[in-house]
Design a protein around this ligand. Structure first.
Ligand code: PFF
Length: 452
């Protein structure tokens, strides 16, 4: 007999876990740098539209399928399909999701490892152990392996404790701390010289960026960002939905998750863009000779540390707060990625969670190590395959499963659970056909554009 399935103990627990999955490096690093690279506020505008028009409907498809099936992605999609071909396609899509979730975790853990190393560094500086502090801030294979291992081990520890005691407890603890840290940092940075200029770039749209030549690229970047940020396509939201009680309204929880995700990305912009300009004021180059923003990885790993350096001892504490924020954001996301293959292993191979977690975790750590040793060849390649191709295409597949393959009456019945008056809502009038037709078409169009 396998152990009973886990479940979130409350809607707040689910909300913290799902928002924890959504809010991550994608919000605090990806979104602000995308804004800076795509001409400021114009990107913010397009992103907001994408998040609500494309990402939210796909999120709803995942949550609804997950809660109905109460299984991992492979079994869930096979379960709602009728006929051998559809069942086969369901299994295939499910495996695709598990693969892509694992690939995302394999590179995410590396970047999160950098954050842990940068978090440790100021402590050694404060203690006067300069050699170690330098080792921690320099990009070496040994450091990257060590900290990826450390971060992966933390992720595994939480996942091994299960849904309520692991995922829910830690997300509920970490998410509020993340918000407090973010707000403290914003208050601090906004009082520094140069901050207002960054704020202007962030908040006043440059409508030239919406010109016909630049628009396609902006749209695709915004779509990719929205899918990555809401953790879509790979079955994280599906599996979290599968741990959710039938007494909760899915559309409402889905909107809340989207709002929190978008809200924190927007708030992180209030930190990062002003910080960039504060750094420039303090003498750090943030644009290259051609006037383009310097490489994204340099922003968080060079520009901001350079800024913290100019602040003397206070800078050490600001650095600690900033990298703690990054580590927390990464951890609540990485656990959601690991849960996808772990849930599959538990439910399909019928092995206990405490065994499944290290087993799967070590395989993914092996992929991370492979990337670390072949960083130049593999890192960007895997990021691109997983996020630019994997996530949107799986998103289309999920819309097709929800909209076409799954029996309509079952889909609608699942939506009604926990939401008595749903038939009066706009959601009910729009979403069921929107997810069928408009959503897949929009994603495919944007996707075709990006391939061309
Ligand atoms: N949403 C996370 C972020 O914005 O950093 C990244 C992510 C988490 C992607 C979980 C995919 C996933 F399954």
């Amino acid at each position: 007999m396998s152990a009973p399935r886990g479940q979130f103990s409350s809607n707040i627990g689910f909300l913290m876990a799902a928002a924890g999955s959504a809010v991550g490096l994608g919000n605090i690093w990806g979104f602000p740098t995308n804004v800076a690279a795509n001409g400021g506020a114009a990107f913010v505008l397009v992103y907001l539209i994408m998040a609500f028009l494309l990402a939210y409907p796909v999120l709803m498809a995942e949550l609804t399928i997950g809660r109905h099936a109460r299984r991992n992605m492979v079994q869930a999609l096979r379960g709602i399909a009728t006929g051998p071909i559809n069942r086969f396609l369901g299994g295939l899509t499910g495996f695709g999701g598990i693969l892509v979730a694992s690939l995302i975790l394999s590179f995410y853990a590396i970047v999160a490892g950098w954050m842990v190393a940068h978090l440790a560094e100021p402590f050694f500086s404060l203690a006067g152990v300069e050699g170690t502090a330098e080792w921690l801030s320099a990009n070496s294979t040994a450091r990257n392996l060590t900290f990826t291992a450390l971060f992966s081990a933390l992720t595994m520890l939480i996942i091994a404790s299960g849904v309520e005691k692991g995922i829910e407890r830690w997300s509920t603890l970490l998410m509020p701390s993340l918000m407090v840290l973010l707000l403290l940092l914003i208050v601090y940075v906004l009082t520094q010289e140069g901050a207002m200029e960054g704020l202007k770039v962030y908040l006043i749209p440059d409508l030239n960026q919406l010109s016909p030549e630049l628009l396609p690229e902006l749209l695709i970047d915004a779509m990719g960002q929205a899918f990555f940020s809401l953790s879509l396509g790979v079955g994280t939201m599906l599996i979290y939905g599968s741990y959710l009680s039938r007494q909760e309204s899915l559309p409402r929880l889905g909107v809340l998750v989207t709002l929190i995700d978008v809200g924190i990305a927007f708030t992180a912009g209030l930190l990062i863009l002003p910080a960039m300009y504060v750094a420039r004021e303090a003498g750090t180059e943030i644009f290259d000779k051609a006037g383009n923003l310097i490489a994204e990885d340099q922003l968080v790993l060079q520009v901001l540390p350079a800024l913290f350096d100019t602040m003397g001892t206070a800078g050490l504490f600001v650095a600690i707060a900033f990298f703690a924020l990054m580590v927390i954001a990464s951890l609540t996301s990485s656990i959601s990625m690991l849960e996808v293959p772990v849930a599959f292993t538990i439910e399909n191979l019928k092995i206990p969670r405490r065994l499944a977690t290290p087993l799967v975790g070590l395989v993914i750590f092996a992929i991370s190590s492979l990337i670390i040793f072949n960083f130049k060849a593999l890192f960007l390649l895997i990021v691109t395959i997983a996020t630019k191709f994997g996530q949107p295409l799986l998103g289309v597949a999920l819309c097709i499963f929800a909209g076409w393959i799954w029996r309509r009456d079952q889909l609608l019945a699942e939506l009604k659970k926990g939401h008595e008056d749903i038939e009066q809502t706009l959601f009910w009038k729009i979403w069921p056909w929107y997810v069928r037709i408009v959503c897949p078409l929009l994603i495919l169009t944007a996707f075709a554009q990006s391939v061309m």
